[in-house]
Design a protein. Structure first.
Lengths: 376, 462
């Protein structure tokens, strides 16, 4: 076997690529990760790193709950706690109509047999989040949710993957994928690698990789913006989201405040960069000031945006290509992929090593998106 | 403010003011934005008030000369926005400003960055202790508040600004306990070769010699390196070693440090303009054409922000840029602009003649640009040079990646202080050039704003 022959080529050195590579390598397979820029360059490094099961689409809920178990023992997987803290996540309601919306949500997942989302009243909400503006009336709480540190997580997954034997090549973008004697030849800007199995974990550029093997999977681009502030005294435990607003708000271990929530910047896939839309991010800042009046005078340190893929139904693609044997897709996390990192890699390993999975991913197959396009 | 200016000038120092005066004379609609309450920039800071109070005499004749330029600027007809902070610039050109808590966006057809220089960050063990400050910060206190330290100060460093400050401090009744001269002594011999060409700026030379002569009677330790500030919770003593391996120490509660000035390139970086590395001045400079135009058409840089040249060169560069902007806007033909720019170009060349001598004499030693492992480089996040070096050794070659791994540059100073040093350490560790290595990406806000101020942007009109 030459140094360019592997059991699996993983395209994309973000967290999902690293997790897939780690799980596959732990099954004894040889893996190379090809990363165009550097590990964690885009969505992974720009993530708010929320570890949230709250509000998940039923299509990905089973995976998300399994991932939560994995997060609570994340050091067993990657040798570091990744800065994960289980301070909970809350989704607040500011009106009667929003309370009803939250009630319907809890009823929906209880109907599916899940009990982890809990509706709390104003008193309990104030106890959990004392800094919250008093007009907030109720919330859904998931106490075992939380948040991690994205950069620590990237470093931990990278080190574990390398320790498991994964070869990581940074600065090598994939330019072509060709079939060669029943295997895939993946050509990069610098070299070529051959393997029977190729994992497409190319994030915002995943549709371009899919097209190289003949899969026409429509994807949009998400450019979620974030605000981080200077450090302030600890005052906030849980991650706060809102039923009626685009918001995710948390305080990190360092004391900085992190504001996300999905307001969109301006993507540029070809230049591999994104630009902040300041008028839009200003709306996020206003939401924070309204819900947490105490942070009005906290200084903003940085504003940024990350690039990732978004699907039409807002849940990811995790599974084999419907027509190209040996290609496994894992992308399209649509703004909420961080929490799924440990489990999505395990699913990919199931497919890469055994050709099948017992995990519940039927609703996450690429066909659903491709059929829609055929019908359109 | 919905009007679109022909030329938006950022900075009201020698370059910005000269550009505004000339651009107005050429008939352009001009706005000038500046952080200070009055025009003058760093060199002529607070000159109107100082002149009125008779304090400017103590600050030297160059300082007094600024009063004329300020007066001409005041009557030029340019829209002048004082105490206004630029916190983001976007191609097109949109400039996000803050005045108090008021947020607004200005738009312009051409942009002139005239934000000048910043002091070279000087990290060394103990530099974050209270009691250690830069000469530049001390000079601001002297100029704007007339504040003179009440005890004799120790000064460590080298460069024209340091000499100027010593002169200004002595004139204002202050005392210097001693100077730890960090200039590399070998540079003196190298500098001799530039002496002849420097004679074109003979008056500058005379000025420098006069400044140096004022040091007589002040203890000066030459060839100082390995400076360390020592103290429990504040500065108590300064330890050092000389080039001849002699250890020394002085007891002091105030240490002023200075290792020269470098272009403040935050705005040209934010616009993603091309930059080159100047090996002699040990800093990045925006790549400029003969008009001072950057790689991004319509964006100009004049003054120290385009490479350290001092106030006279800056004023001339401002004028040249004004002709350049008029040319880009189609108000002047290339020939007419060239004819107009001829005189300021000659003036600028003459003012820059002394630079090779000064740059060689005061070339920053490696310890400053790439400090030893234990030295804190990023004071916001408390990241040492060793941490950055380790990240580079582990394979991180992009400053953005090093930033992500180490948190260096993630604090409220937005990497302005540590960015170039981190890149230098990465470049050295990996044996790459500074241009190859580059700097980490500049993110808004370019100046701190609060959450409420950012929120207020949503209500602002363009």
């Amino acid at each position: 076997m030459s140094s360019h022959d592997f059991d699996v080529v993983v395209i994309g050195g973000g967290l999902h690529g690293l997790s897939a590579a780690l799980h596959i390598a732990r099954e004894g397979r040889s893996v190379v990760v090809l990363e165009r820029a550097w590990v964690g360059r885009h969505a992974s490094g720009a993530s708010a790193a929320g570890v949230r099961t709250l509000g998940r689409d039923p299509a990905e809920l089973a995976l998300s709950l399994e991932a939560r178990h994995m997060w609570h023992a994340i050091a067993e997987l990657v040798g570091d706690d990744c800065g994960f803290h289980s301070h909970g996540q809350v989704r607040i309601a500011e009106s009667e109509a929003e309370i009803e919306k939250l009630e319907r949500r809890v009823a929906l997942i209880q109907g599916l047999g899940y009990r982890h989302e809990e509706l709390v009243d104003r008193v309990e909400l104030r106890r959990l989040v004392p800094a919250l503006a008093p007009h907030c009336m109720a919330a859904i709480v998931v106490r075992e949710d939380g948040a991690a540190d994205p950069h620590r997580t990237i470093i931990a997954f990278r080190r574990s993957a390398e320790a498991a034997g994964v070869v990581i090549h940074e600065g090598q973008g994939v330019v072509a994928i060709e079939q060669r004697a029943g295997r895939w030849a993946v050509r990069t800007s610098a070299d070529a690698y051959v393997a029977p199995v190729v994992v497409n974990a190319a994030g915002a550029w995943a549709a371009r990789i899919a097209a190289m093997v003949g899969d026409d999977i429509p994807l949009g681009t998400k450019t979620s913006m974030m605000i981080v502030t200077e450090r302030v005294e600890p005052f906030l435990g849980p991650v706060v989201t809102a039923a009626g607003r685009a918001l995710s708000f948390k305080q990190t271990d360092k004391g900085t405040l992190l504001v996300g929530g999905g307001r969109q910047g301006i993507p540029d896939l070809d230049r591999e960069t994104s630009t902040v839309n300041l008028q839009e991010i200003a709306a996020s800042a206003r939401t924070v000031c309204e819900l947490f009046p105490g942070v009005s005078d906290v200084r903003v340190a940085r504003v940024w945006a990350g690039l990732e893929a978004i699907t039409t139904d807002m849940v990811p693609v995790i599974g084999p290509s419907p027509q190209a044997a040996g290609i496994i897709h894992v992308f399209g996390f649509s703004g909420h992929g961080f929490q799924l990192v440990p489990v999505a890699g395990a699913v990919v390993a199931d497919f890469a090593v055994r050709g099948r999975t017992d995990r519940e991913v039927g609703a996450l197959q690429a066909q659903r998106l491709m059929v829609q396009r055929a019908a359109a | 403010m919905s009007r679109q200016f022909d030329a938006l000038i950022l900075g009201a120092g020698p370059a910005g003011m000269s550009a505004a005066i000339r651009a107005r004379a050429l008939g352009l609609e001009v706005a000038v934005v500046d952080e200070q309450p009055a025009p003058g920039g760093q060199i002529w800071r607070d000159i109107e008030r100082s002149t009125a109070h008779g304090r400017s005499a103590a600050l030297g004749s160059d300082y007094a000369a600024g009063a004329e330029v300020v007066a001409a600027f005041r009557s030029s007809g340019a829209t002048y926005l004082a105490e206004t902070t630029v916190w983001q610039v976007e191609p097109g050109y949109r400039v996000y400003i803050r005045r108090g808590n008021e947020m607004s966006i200005l738009s312009a057809k051409t942009l002139l960055i005239a934000t000048g220089a910043m002091e070279r960050p000087v990290p060394f063990p103990g530099w974050t202790l209270p009691g250690v400050m830069t000469v530049g910060a001390a000079q601001i206190l002297l100029k704007s508040a007339g504040q003179v330290p009440d005890v004799p100060v120790w000064i460590a460093g080298n460069g024209p600004l340091m000499l100027l400050y010593v002169n200004q401090l002595l004139d204002a009744g202050g005392q210097v306990a001693g100077i730890l001269d960090t200039a590399v002594r070998a540079n003196r011999w190298a500098a001799v070769f530039h002496l002849a060409s420097a004679l074109a700026s003979w008056d500058e030379l005379v000025k420098g010699i006069r400044w140096v002569s004022r040091l007589r009677g002040i203890p000066v330790v030459r060839g100082v390196r390995d400076i360390e500030a020592v103290g429990e919770s504040k500065l108590e003593a300064v330890r050092y070693r000389t080039e001849n391996d002699i250890d020394g120490a002085v007891t002091t509660g105030i240490l002023l440090v200075h290792e020269g000035v470098i272009p403040d390139i935050h705005l040209s970086l934010a616009l993603d303009c091309r930059h080159d590395w100047n090996e002699v001045q040990q800093c990045f400079v925006p790549t400029l054409d003969e008009w001072g135009q950057t790689s991004m058409g319509g964006v100009f840089v004049a003054g120290d922000g385009g490479g350290i040249g001092g106030a006279r060169a800056a004023g001339a560069a401002g004028e040249i840029a004004a002709y350049g902007m008029a040319r880009v806007l189609g108000r002047l033909t290339g020939t007419a602009a060239g004819a107009g720019a001829a005189a300021p170009r000659r003036l600028r060349a003459r003012a820059l003649a002394i630079r090779p001598l000064l740059d060689t004499l005061h070339c920053a030693r490696r310890q400053v640009t790439a400090p030893a492992d234990k030295t804190v480089v990023c004071r916001c996040e408390d990241i040492t040079a060793g941490t950055i070096r380790a990240a580079a050794k582990a394979g991180a070659r992009d400053p953005n990646q090093v930033k992500a791994i180490t948190r260096c540059g993630m604090g409220p100073c937005l990497g302005r202080q540590c960015g170039a040093i981190a890149s230098r350490i990465i470049a050295e560790t990996l044996g790459r050039s500074m241009v190859e290595t580059g700097l980490s990406r500049v993110r808004p806000p370019l100046r701190p704003i609060t959450m409420a101020q950012l929120a207020a942007l949503g209500d602002s009109k363009t």
